[in-house]
Design a protein around this ligand. Structure first.
Ligand SMILES: *Cc1c(COP(=O)(O)O)cnc(C)c1O
Length: 388
């Protein structure tokens, strides 16, 4: 596999070699259980605290506000379910949006089956929620607002600070799924005023199977997993030590390299959009022109199926997503693309191009060269394409 041809960084990122190197010892001589009594265990426990500190720095919070979980999904579940279970005597209403990740949407659906009420805010053509709609959705029974920082499929970035202000003015807690934003955008949880924030290691060049939840000091939520009192009682289970160490390293690297990476990747994204729109007729740009992650492009290629494009690109050794990887096994079109107003057929013809640390000009040039003839070939076989 040639990493130049990888265009699916929003699905997962490769583990940075420096992360892997930092982890290695913890699979060898530093194997000890951090909860044990002896000196070696203490060394491991200290290293976990160093990692916690690095992650805290990345989002500007205190280390004791950082909790390790088993995935971004688990962090979302814990933030939402854990919060409303704790507050269930005060109300039963949750506000979220229609374009959240399944980790949030499915948590909400589960809660709906268990006596809670959920409002799913609609979004505009760019994928933005409307702040007036948010204010109108608030009831005396509202416990929590959960709105994602940046969307994994189309890259739209929500006005997080404004949402946090509305939540605070109404004494409602605010959680944000920042899995796609952390490591790409500068995030300061104190300045933003969020109460809970989820992130995932494997989306920031760390490792799979580690998530992080930021929980504001003093805020009490119910755990989902019970046992030996790890992570201050919030998430029991012997720590995934190596994964935590790797995540700490990934956070450290992100802090150092985030700004230069943005400057490097932004022009690659602009070049792709410009050239594809010049070379391919009847494209729709689904990612917001103004409020979008600098690494994400989502387009719909009219009159063809996303899966067919993926297959032909795969034959060229190139990796992309159509819709999101999480739902790519189902035939339903992406809920995000439908929410921004696409027709079913347009949503089915979508292609997500997401760039990252190992994206190069060379890879981008190959994409610009390969995609137009692939589209032409597929359209020439399509009964819906006017060949006139
Ligand atoms: C990937 C992703 C998740 C899930 O994180 P995992 O660690 O893969 O469980 C949640 N939310 C968003 C926005 C994501 O992109």
């Amino acid at each position: 596999m040639n990493i130049n041809n990888y265009f699916d960084y929003n699905a997962t990122t490769p583990t940075d070699a420096r992360v892997f190197e930092a982890m290695e010892d913890f699979y060898k001589e530093k194997f000890h259980n951090p909860s044990s009594f002896y000196r070696e265990a203490g060394v491991v426990a200290n290293e976990i605290e160093n990692a916690r500190e690095n992650i805290a720095k990345l989002i500007n919070c205190k280390p004791d506000e950082i909790f390790f979980t088993g995935s971004g999904t688990e962090s979302d579940n814990l933030a939402i379910i854990g919060t409303v279970r704790k507050l269930k005597d005060k109300g039963n209403h949750i506000i979220t949006s229609k374009i959240e990740h399944p980790a949030v949407l499915e948590s909400c659906k589960y809660l709906e089956k268990n006596g809670f009420e959920v409002t799913y805010l609609t979004v505009d053509r760019d994928g933005l929620i409307n702040l007036e709609d948010l204010k109108k959705a608030i009831k005396s029974s509202t416990l929590l607002i959960s709105i994602m920082f940046a969307n994994n499929e189309i890259g739209v970035i929500q006005p997080i600070k404004e949402i946090a202000d509305i939540a605070k003015n109404n004494k409602i807690l605010f959680h944000t799924d920042a899995v796609q934003a952390v490591g790409k955008l500068k995030i300061d949880v104190k300045d933003l005023g969020v109460d809970l924030l989820s992130l995932s290691s494997h989306k920031i060049y760390g490792v799979k199977g580690i998530g992080v939840l930021y929980k504001k000091k003093g805020l009490r939520i119910e755990p989902l997993i019970f046992g030996g009192g790890h992570e201050n009682g919030l998430r029991a289970g012997t720590e995934n030590v190596a994964g935590i160490i790797g995540t700490g390293k990934a956070a450290e690297i992100a802090m150092e390299e985030m700004e230069t990476e943005e400057l490097r990747i932004k022009p690659l994204r602009e070049k792709i959009i410009k050239e594809l729109f010049e070379k391919i007729p009847e494209l729709i740009l689904n990612s917001s022109a103004t409020n979008c992650l600098y690494n994400t492009i989502n387009i719909s290629i009219k009159h063809i199926e996303g899966e067919a494009i993926l297959a032909l690109l795969d034959a060229h050794g190139m990796s992309f997503s159509s819709g999101s990887a999480c739902s790519s096994k189902s035939l339903d079109p992406s809920h995000v693309l439908l929410a921004i107003g696409l027709e079913h057929a347009e949503a089915h013809g979508s292609l997500r191009i997401s760039l990252g640390k190992y994206s190069t000009e060379e890879g981008v040039n190959k994409l610009i060269e390969v995609l137009p003839p692939v589209v032409e070939r597929l359209r020439s076989m399509s009964p819906f394409w006017n060949k006139g």
